[in-house]
Design a protein around this ligand. Structure first.
Ligand SMILES: [Zn+2]
Length: 58
């Protein structure tokens, strides 16, 4: 599953989608060309609470 990250450069802020096999490595922003580190997964994503569509009634 690809990693979606945002370019840290304030003037760029491009959303980059990189394959997850580059985690822990450096990739280059396609927009501004800076090199940035792809963060490694530190912990498994928390289980998503199921947002049940309940009618809101008080
Ligand atoms: Zn950039």
């Amino acid at each position: 599953m690809p990693v979606t990250m945002m370019c840290p450069r304030l003037t760029c802020r491009a959303v980059l989608r990189v394959p997850d096999n580059v985690r822990g490595k450096r990739v280059r922003c396609a927009e501004c060309g800076i090199t940035l580190m792809v963060p490694e997964p530190t912990k498994p994503a928390p289980a998503k609470p199921k947002a049940e569509a309940k009618p809101k009634e008080s």
